[in-house]
Design a protein around this ligand. Structure first.
Ligand SMILES: Cc1ncc(COP(=O)(O)O)c(C=O)c1O
Length: 447
């Protein structure tokens, strides 16, 4: 019997060739670690709606959707038109313009915590500045983050991402990091309270995703969020929601609107830029104003944010504005359709795997889902840690991905995000592919 890699290799010879060229000039052949998967990644030629085409001419239903960015589908007309129009007015100025205000005003209107907004170029930057702001505003140093949580390669938060959490995430980090960035268990009220109180004197803030991207798109429980909100208030620490994935996705106003908990600061990205590079920090006026160059006083009394040669770039602003207007104007239909599609896909994928007897757990919320392959039966996968600990991410997840690709479906972490452009026919095809893959995976386990 052929190995599943062989089927993939047969289908994608030009991607293989390009990868061989890429590794000679870019470490690992990529510019974002998540772009690499064994034996080599697909090289993409074009995209439209729910589909991507690789350099070999193969068509796939995409569920990665530009790192969960393309909520309307790939290359939607509304965004393309906005970018084309902006190109005629100018590409990059390094000067202010009215659309930036309109974009920020729209965020202010839509996102509950957004009294003010500061744009940057990526989610990584946004979380880095949020941490700096929390430390500056409270005059304290310790930041708590979730075990297994990912907030970009921000050095302040490069701790406790992958197991074993006690080990460094990277070479080149300062030793002070472990002293001032500490780990809390997601959705564990008592475990988290314990760490909060151990650090009560120096607690500057807690950062978490209310729906964890690298943790199965599991939502935080209401009890957990309520506890974080009230305890951070008591300890005069900031609550920071990283909504780089969840804002404009699980609801127009993000998870904070859906779960009715307002943080002090919110980090934004992805959908916000309509598919162009983006990040933003939103939050309380009194905190964000600490960054203002208008603020009187010495530099050590302000918070340094940016540079940012390309912050609130005209093309990003035009695309982001078009995206937010579209979502706002079609709010009812967009979010009810996405909920419906997400629910249907989670149920159908789980059923397909169950029917073939493959041990797998589908998790998620709204239009987001992931599939995990537990290494231990009957475990509850409700946090990044439970997923890291009890599932076979390295092997089974990649096997699922490669096998799904050979059936014409592109998944990330066994799932991804649905967009408005995913049709019922696409969803049927996802189920069909899952059934076929599940059959193959069961047979390989048995043989
Ligand atoms: C929750 C979360 N925060 C921050 C980031 C970093 O964003 P970026 O990749 O734009 O730097 C990501 C990226 O995937 C993310 O998922």
């Amino acid at each position: 019997m052929k190995h599943f890699f062989d089927h993939y290799r047969l289908k994608t010879p030009l991607s293989k060739k390009l990868f061989e060229r890429a590794i000679e000039v870019m470490p690992g052949g990529i510019s974002h670690n998540i772009h690499y998967f064994p034996p080599y990644p697909l090289f993409i030629k074009k995209t439209k709606g729910s589909k991507i085409w690789d350099v070999d001419g193969n068509e796939y239903i995409d569920l990665w959707m530009g790192n969960y960015t393309h909520i309307l589908g790939h290359r939607p007309r509304v965004i393309v038109r906005a970018v084309e129009k902006q190109c005629k007015e100018g590409i990059h100025w390094g000067l202010v313009f009215e659309k930036q205000i309109e974009w920020a005003e729209l965020i202010q209107k839509l996102v509950p915590s957004a009294e003010m907004v500061r744009f940057c170029c990526s989610g990584t930057e946004a979380t880095m500045y949020a941490v700096r702001l929390a430390r500056a505003f409270t005059g304290k140093k310790t930041i708590l983050k979730i075990a297994g949580g990912w907030h970009g390669a921000n050095p302040d938060l490069a701790r406790g991402i992958k197991l074993p959490y006690e080990k460094e995430e990277s070479l080149g980090l300062l030793p002070g990091l472990r002293k001032y960035t500490k780990i809390i268990p997601f959705n564990d009220v008592f475990g988290t309270l314990k760490v909060m109180h151990q650090n009560r004197k120096d607690l500057a803030g807690i950062i978490l995703e209310p729906v964890v991207g690298e943790g199965g798109f599991n939502p935080a429980t209401n009890e957990y969020l309520q506890m974080l909100r009230s305890e951070t208030k008591k300890l005069r620490a900031l609550l920071i929601f990283d909504e780089v994935i969840s804002c404009f996705r699980v609801g127009l106003g993000g998870a904070q609107e859906r779960f009715k908990i307002t943080p002090d600061l919110t980090t934004l990205g992805k959908i916000l830029g309509g598919g162009l590079p983006v990040g933003a920090i939103a939050g309380k006026r009194e905190i964000l104003e600490k960054t203002s160059p208008q603020k009187k006083g010495q530099k050590w009394e302000r918070v340094l944010i940016g540079g940012g040669t390309f912050s609130a770039h005209p093309l990003t602003t035009a695309a982001g504005l078009a995206m937010l207007y579209y979502l706002k104007d079609h709010r009812q239909e967009v979010y009810s359709l996405l909920e419906e599609k997400g629910k249907k896909v989670r149920k159908g994928v789980q059923e397909a795997l169950d029917q073939e007897g493959v041990d797998a757990v589908v998790t998620g919320i709204g239009s987001l889902f992931q599939t995990h392959f537990p290494v231990q039966k009957g475990v509850k996968l409700n946090s990044p840690h439970s997923i890291n600990r009890f599932t076979d991410i390295e092997k089974r997840e990649n096997e699922f991905r490669i096998r799904m690709l050979t059936k014409g479906v592109h998944v990330m972490h066994g799932g991804g995000s649905l967009s408005l452009s995913h049709s019922d026919k696409d969803i049927e095809k996802i189920f069909q592919a899952t059934r076929e893959v599940a059959k193959e995976m069961r047979n390989t386990v048995e043989s």
